[in-house]
Design a protein around this ligand. Structure first.
Ligand code: GLC
Length: 642
């Protein structure tokens, strides 16, 4: 039982506790865990006083929590893991690209509702440096709205409107680093010792050099190395991401407490889900790659356990784009099981789907997912196809080898396939952080362009257009039915193509991820009733699938995804079932040719007890000839058990 479940149990014993009494109860329930986590990070002899400070801080932070949110906290506490519901469908968007500013976004709530979206990840909106700022991931403040988006009042008006409409909000908490213009960084530059200790600062290169021996580079092309010399303070500072993003020094408990305060101020604006940005990097240690260290997990759990006391209705999403076995650990292990992040990005599924599109085969997908360890029952995934970042090729070599492929050559093939280095490939992706020496690289591009729509439209190739649309729909059909929260990337619902305008902007041209951060095409939305247009075809199908998802509780995430062996290397099959009467069997053909599937084993699972079952995607009964089911190129079927 995780702490949230424990809170539920304990709170049931008291009738209508006051918010204060409920806070005390939660503090008592979490206290020993908080203490244990705190002292495993900060030595007890040196930091006893700091722990006392933390204990004084928590009630103060609770005082800041607005009344409405306190009520919501109690309701959510009672509801249990509300985020596993089949009712939740997400969209990730940039405010400025979606509809100019926060007021503009509020005006588009009806659009979200029409599609069926009720959870939005709004990309960074707080103040940031004027020039390069990594799309707002270099933060000047953790909770002050950048004037280009509007005011604090506008944000509060938005969050209250969202609450009224039952739409959840996710905002980023850039927990690993601040910008070099953040108030602490500015003071550090002026020589203030206290704030220099908020970061990893060094007089000379000796310690940085020791780190560099094994530290990988996140942005080798644009920001090589992990340290930046700051002439004003005549010191080196650790900058794992861009040179203007200074890594916070969490070995200093003052940093933890200040960041906890920042976190509470952020969630008090009406945030339901906190996207814990780059959390794998939170703890550094010489001689290691300084990612996924045990202390990083303890720190995340410490944040979690404290926030749970102050604002229990808010949950955490782990932004850990790391190997599957490492991702799963962000749900917590051992005594921290279910006590770290409630949600994590299913980056493995995402990357594997792109592999299956390029290879037209499902072997690596099936093999890799079969080996992903089970997750705690209180946790869930965010399933997605594209986001604002690149697609990394983080597959496990041993599984690639199992299929008889050479991992290095296979990754090269994927880069070639997606990044316009094969003339037969329909894909229009771009390379990201390509290293010609090693051949390593990542991929960017919009879903539609990567899936061939851009090239097919250009060549006016009707069949190519249809295939691309089928691929877009199939991949969305997967994230809408695989266990977890589906997160649609704004624009993908109307098959938006690559946006090359970033190349003309100096602050963006060095970062090809901008090719997939397009303006929302409201012109296409206006024409959605013209059902023959490619954009409308995708929109209307997704709208239908979202509605179907919401009508089928078996699609809620109760760790009830079962992968099946389809018997055809192009076809991927998984089942969502309650182990009894309810079930949906998802079948996807990753090939550009029709493929057949023997239905014998599906029949044995009870899908044909009342004749041929319905495919919820097309809304019609499936046709079966001589026991074989034919799937069209890139067709997805959701077979419903009677
Ligand atoms: C996350 C964001 C990415 C950003 C990085 C640094 O990975 O998704 O866009 O560059 O954090 O903050």
């Amino acid at each position: 039982m995780n702490q949230a479940a424990l809170h539920r149990l304990v709170s049931k014993r008291t009738k209508n506790p006051s918010p204060q009494a409920s806070f005390d109860q939660r503090l008592n329930t979490n206290l020993s865990l908080i203490q244990q986590l705190f002292f495993s990070l900060y030595h007890i002899e040196k930091h006893n006083k700091d722990f006392e400070k933390l204990l004084k801080l928590l009630p103060k932070l609770f005082e800041l929590r607005p009344e409405t949110l306190r009520k919501q906290d109690l309701n959510r506490l009672e509801a249990g893991p509300w985020y596993q519901s089949e009712q939740i469908v997400g969209m990730q968007l940039y405010v400025e690209n979606f509809n100019k500013d926060l007021k503009g976004l509020r005006k588009k709530i009806s659009y979200l509702k029409d599609l069926g979206v009720n959870f939005i990840h709004v990309m960074p909106i707080t103040t940031r440096p004027k020039g390069e700022n990594d799309g707002g991931y270099a933060v000047n403040s953790y909770y002050k709205v950048d004037p280009k988006y509007g005011s604090q009042k506008d944000l509060l008006a938005l969050t209250s409107a969202l609450r009224k409409e039952g739409i959840l909000l996710m905002l980023d908490f850039v927990v690993n680093h601040t910008s070099d213009e953040y108030s602490w960084a500015k003071k550090a530059k002026l020589g203030n010792q206290k704030y220099q200790e908020y970061y990893y600062t060094f007089e000379d290169r000796s310690i940085p050099d020791a780190y560099e021996k094994v530290l990988p580079e996140v942005f080798p092309e644009t920001s090589p190395g992990n340290f930046t010399y700051i002439p004003e303070m005549e010191k080196w500072v650790m900058t794992v991401f861009n040179s203007y993003q200074w890594d916070l020094n969490y070995t200093n408990p003052a940093v933890f407490m200040e960041m906890l305060t920042n976190l509470v101020k952020l969630v008090n604006l009406g945030v339901d889900v906190v996207r814990f940005d780059a959390l794998a990097f939170l703890w550094k240690q010489i001689g290691t790659i300084s990612q996924n260290l045990p202390e990083a997990h303890e720190l995340v759990s410490l944040f979690r356990m404290c926030l749970q006391v102050v604002a229990p209705g808010t949950i955490f999403l782990a932004e850990a784009i790391v190997a599957p076995t490492d991702i799963i650990k962000y749900f917590g292990e051992g005594p921290r099981l279910g006590n770290e992040c409630e949600v994590a990005y299913n980056a493995s599924l995402m990357a594997l789907l792109w592999n299956s599109i390029a290879t037209k085969k499902t072997g690596l997908l099936q093999r890799s997912l079969t080996h992903v360890p089970g997750k705690p029952k209180e946790c869930t995934w965010i399933n997605y196809i594209r986001c604002h970042d690149d697609i990394g090729l983080g597959y496990e070599d041993r599984f690639i080898q199992d299929l008889g492929w050479n991992p290095h050559e296979h990754r090269k093939f994927l880069l070639d396939y997606y990044c316009q280095r094969l003339n037969w490939s329909p894909s229009r992706g771009l390379l990201f952080m390509y290293n010609p020496k090693t051949g390593d690289g990542r991929i960017t591009g919009s879903a539609a362009s990567l899936l061939g729509l851009e090239s097919a439209l250009e060549q006016k190739h009707q069949q190519g257009i249809e295939l691309a649309l089928a691929k877009i729909i199939m991949l969305h059909g997967i994230i809408l039915s695989f266990g977890g929260i589906p997160m649609i990337y704004a624009g993908d619902e109307i098959a938006t193509l690559n946006d090359y305008s970033y190349t003309k902007d100096e602050a963006k041209s060095g970062d090809s991820r901008w090719v997939n951060r397009p303006m929302q095409d409201w012109g296409a939305v206006d024409k959605i009733t013209d059902t023959e247009l490619p954009q409308s075809k995708v929109y209307n199908k997704l709208k239908h699938l979202i509605a179907v998802r919401k009508a089928n509780p078996v699609l809620a995430d109760h760790n009830n995804v079962q992968l099946h062996q389809s018997g055809n290397k192009h076809i991927w099959v998984y089942e969502r079932s309650d182990g009894n009467k309810q079930g949906i069997m998802v079948l996807c053909n990753f090939d550009e040719k029709p493929q057949v599937l023997d239905l014998g084993w599906i029949m044995k699972l009870g899908y044909f007890t009342q004749g041929n079952p319905i495919d919820l995607v097309s809304g019609t009964k499936i046709e079966v000839n001589s026991g074989l089911l034919e799937l069209q190129p890139y067709q997805i079927i959701w077979l419903k058990k009677h």
